[in-house]
Design a protein around this ligand. Structure first.
Ligand code: C2E
Ligand code: MG
Ligand code: MG
Ligand code: MG
Length: 291
């Protein structure tokens, strides 16, 4: 009996694995179609000055509304895009669309903002990122110094020589660079000196418990001070509560983003916020309860 049930268990696992592989393959095909059919869209999350509540930037975040499956999270499909190489056309599209949108808002007379775009390490490996960024800037006519490319610590740690040269060329184009999810990757700090990054994004996992966890509070405080010492800008991610915001403000963090002010929103909603310039969480939460 034991043997039999063992065999059944094995078969169950194999089937589960096949189902998983099949599901991945289906998702990959669906993603390929989504790129062709323009099912991908960008939402924008405001980046807010902690001094005065002004909207100073936007982070562009990919959204995929599948006609049958509904909303699929980037946490699910970005890894598939990376493994399949689809990250190259998708990454180009994201940068182009974000720059086009930022330029369109500026042309409408809205206050200029910093447009932040996530970059995958796989784009650096599979694409000529420097040529891609240069082409998109030329095509869209967007000012390079109002574009920020969000890089990950793991990218900066891999194959240092080649990445260093790419980073220097990107800086040469005039774009800004930030380190996303700062503090969660390799903690070698020497690359902060070696790579000309402009900004650190404090990961939301540290921000979450600052009001109640003295270790997280110490880490966030240390990153803010590191930024000051190295003359890097610092922005906190995932600020959801007034207690977190007050902590960040008290510790001298200059900017933040998070549900406290606003989740990522469609371009039309972002535009109306930009039009008013300032975010007032209470009023905006009422407005945003539509979606
Ligand atoms: P990320 O770049 O670190 O983006 C921050 C994530 O936190 C976003 O999730 C955002 O919606 C979410 N977030 C914002 N404020 C809050 C908050 O107050 N609380 C909580 N709990 N979450 C908050 P999202 O949009 O699901 O994206 C997940 C990840 O997928 C991103 O993490 C990024 O790594 C990746 N991603 C998204 N769009 C792109 C893209 O265009 N290209 C690439 N390569 N990666 C992308
Ligand atoms: Mg990001
Ligand atoms: Mg992040
Ligand atoms: Mg992340």
């Amino acid at each position: 009996h034991a043997k039999e049930s063992g065999r059944n268990t094995f078969r169950f696992f194999t089937e589960a694995m096949n189902a998983n592989a099949l599901e991945r393959l289906q998702l990959e095909n669906a993603l390929r179609q989504a790129v062709e059919r323009n099912e991908l869209t960008l939402y924008y999350q405001p980046q807010v000055s902690l001094k005065d509540g002004m909207v100073v930037g936007a982070e562009a975040l990919l959204r995929w509304q599948h006609p049958q499956r509904g909303f699929i999270s980037p946490a699910r499909f970005i890894p598939i895009a990376e493994e399949s190489g689809l990250i190259v056309p998708i990454g180009r599209w994201v940068l182009r669309e974000a720059c086009r949108q930022a330029r369109a808002w500026e042309k409408q007379g809205l206050p200029p903002i910093m447009m932040a775009v996530n970059m995958s390490a796989l784009q650096f490996r599979r694409d000529n990122v420097v040529a891609m960024v240069r082409e998109v800037l030329e095509e869209t006519g967007h000012e390079p110094d109002r574009v920020e490319l969000e890089l990950t610590e793991s990218l900066l740690m891999e194959n240092a020589g080649e990445v260093l040269s790419t980073i220097q060329q990107l800086k040469g184009l005039g774009v800004r660079l930030s380190i996303d999810d700062f503090g969660t990757g390799y903690s070698s700090l020497s690359y902060l000196k070696r790579f000309a990054v402009d900004r650190l994004k404090i990961d939301q996992s540290f921000v979450r418990d600052v009001p109640i966890d003295s270790d997280d509070a110490a880490i966030v405080r240390a990153i803010i001070q590191l930024g000051e010492a190295l003359k890097l800008d610092v922005i906190a991610e995932g600020a959801e509560t007034i207690a977190q915001v007050e902590f960040l403000r008290r510790e001298g963090c200059s900017e933040a983003q998070g549900y406290y002010w606003c989740p990522p929103v469609p371009p039309g909603v972002f535009q109306s916020m930009l039009h008013r310039g300032i975010i007032t969480p209470e009023a905006d939460r009422a407005m945003l309860s539509i979606g």
